[in-house]
Design a protein around this ligand. Sequence first.
Ligand SMILES: [Fe+2]
Ligand SMILES: [Fe+2]
Length: 281
Amino acid sequence: MTGTTCQSEELSVEQLLGNPSDLPVLPQMAAKILEEVRNDDSSPRKLAEYVQKDPVVATAVLRVANSALYGARSEITDLSFAMVRVGLVQVKNLILALVLRSQMADPKVYGSSGADLMSHSLAVALAARLIADEVGIDGNECFLCGLLHDFGRLALIKSIREAEGLSEPDLPPETIGLIDRHHTTAGEILAKRWGLPSVVAAAARHHHQPEACTEGARHVWVISLADALAHHLGLGEDADPSIDIDSHPALAELGMSESALEELKSHIPGLFETTHSAMTT
Ligand SMILES: [Fe+2]
Ligand SMILES: [Fe+2]
């Protein structure tokens, strides 16, 4: 693709997303939590304030803390104990996912696709964190890249629905095709506008073609593998066994062993189920 073609395509995605003033705004709460997630010294007390204020978030943290995943033997009812058991980083990520989900998966705005997309994003975020831990990359950043990798889809769904007055829960096939083609560029534009780390923009832009990425490439390979794993394992959707995980190019790029991949395949579904049900029930 030439530079000119690329530029004009980006211009049309900007147009699809609407005027800059109409672009989806990152919810205030999500922005605050993002700041906390990026700040290594953030205090547990500050985080507990967010958690206590919101019964939905508090319940989700307690549910995860009391799940078999964290080896719960005795039931925890105290929120601060729950946060210690789950770990501060996981709590931050869980809150971020919950806030985005509650504000970005509104069926009135996103039709039937919003909730499915948020489930998929959570699956990719969780898988990305595990892969990152395995290959020695920042797991917190990879969680964020995973959570937002397909965000361009949500933004485009909202803008196109509003611009064309589409109110049916399901979108016409040609609109889905348009969103498919442009969601990576839209995601990159949004990540930049929201001032997110450059790896988040790179992952949004290149997760379907990681070999085209020059900056932040290891993060992008992590997201590409996590995305493929989520589809292959059918996390929050039907499994797609046609996706060949065992010879995915990310394995060589990241230096990941066959045994590490097998362990991930067996660990991720339980982690996803626990976190997803804590967030949705
Ligand atoms: Fe995608
Ligand atoms: Fe995806």
